[in-house]
Design a protein around this ligand. Structure first.
Ligand code: ADP
Length: 329
């Protein structure tokens, strides 16, 4: 049975239960009142016959009547309380079913998006590399042109390699990722990675702000490489003009702080949490201009977590995003 049908069926059952319970509650309520009236009348007739009371108001003063009235009032409250509890429990059940359904729907949508984007991501470098190789086979090319083509094919191959690495890493992060902590010169490593990024994207301006000397820190080198590469690539990929990126490294309360600030379009408030979900990408696959799989920030967050650190998304001024990572060392 499809998800939607199951959901509808569960709603129908819940509504039926609600109506049935409302009916039973009403019935119980009136039966309780009837039983009370019958007992009260019987008691009054008995008391009148015994000559203990003469009228209604004398009867209502009698302790026997008051005990009886209290008992039935308590039963009334119990029926009402139980009914309320039952309705609340049912409503909570409905809410949970709905939440679960929406979560599953979102996961399905993300998986569909992922398949669409991964197919595209794999197809385009493969097609480019094939074209380059075919050109080499068919024609004698002047050295300069051959070099240019080979460089572009290498770049495409690098993209493929990174994509496969990201896929493998994201699978590993959920099961078998064990960070290997080693002493790192973070500033040098960052400079190295930034130079590589700048090489690949000559249009981008990437600057590092750091104190004159920074202590060695114990972190997982591959993890830090992955965090930095993913955040730099994103800052360049989502830029809506000339990308200007500032990487800041400093210490705060005995912790290492790493900030990646860009001048891109920024991230809307409602998306700031969701962008870390696996396969999640802002917007829809049909309208999106940029390439990606929705794995990058998931990987970044998992690695930060493995370092017992935190990652925050902040707004940059006057525009753009700042990813702030805080890790103890
Ligand atoms: P991908 O880049 O493959 O889509 P990510 O997990 O790296 O996946 O990013 C998730 C989403 O977050 C992206 O689709 C993008 O919309 C948004 N995003 C990430 N980094 C930035 C950034 N620096 N500026 C604006 N949007 C960003």
């Amino acid at each position: 049975m499809s998800n939607l049908r199951l959901r509808l069926l569960s709603y129908v059952i819940m509504v039926y239960m609600l109506m049935a319970f409302a009916w039973w509650s009403m019935l119980l309520f009136t039966k309780n009142q009837d039983a009370f009236s019958a007992k009260r009348d019987l008691m009054r007739i008995g008391m009148v016959a015994e000559g203990r009371v003469k009228n209604q108001s004398e009867f209502e003063q009698m302790p026997e009547y008051q005990t009886l009235a209290k008992k039935y009032k308590r039963q009334e409250r119990m029926i009402f309380g139980e009914a309320t509890m039952f309705v609340l429990t049912l409503l909570a059940g409905l809410w949970f079913i709905n939440q679960g359904y929406q979560k599953q729907e979102r996961a399905n949508q993300q998986r569909r998006n992922f398949l669409l984007s991964i197919t595209h991501e794999l197809k385009s470098p493969i097609a480019s590399i094939q074209l380059v190789l075919e050109t080499f086979l068919r024609r004698e090319l002047p050295k300069e042109k051959a070099d240019k083509l080979a460089t572009s094919a290498l770049r495409e191959n690098e993209r493929l390699h990174e994509l496969v690495e990201n896929l493998l890493l994201s699978a590993k992060l959920e099961t078998a990722y064990q960070p290997i902590f080693e002493e790192l010169n973070l500033a040098d490593l960052l400079e190295d990675l930034m130079a590589k990024s700048a090489d690949r994207h000559p249009e981008a301006v990437i600057a590092l702000e750091k104190p004159d000397d920074f202590p060695l820190v114990k972190m997982d080198k591959q993890g830090i490489i992955s965090i930095t590469t993913n955040l730099l690539e994103n800052a360049i990929k989502y830029a809506d003009g000339k990308p200007e990126i500032e990487v800041r490294l400093f210490q705060e309360n005995d912790k290492v702080v790493l900030e990646f600030a860009d001048n891109g379009p920024g991230i809307p408030e409602r998306e700031k949490k969701r962008i870390f979900e696996k396969f999640y990408r802002i917007g829809s696959e049909e309208t999106r201009q940029t390439k990606g799989t929705g794995l990058g920030l998931f990987i970044v967050q998992q690695i930060v977590k493995a370092h017992s650190g935190t990652i925050q998304v902040l707004d940059n001024q006057p525009k753009g995003t700042v990813f702030k990572i805080v890790i103890g060392y």
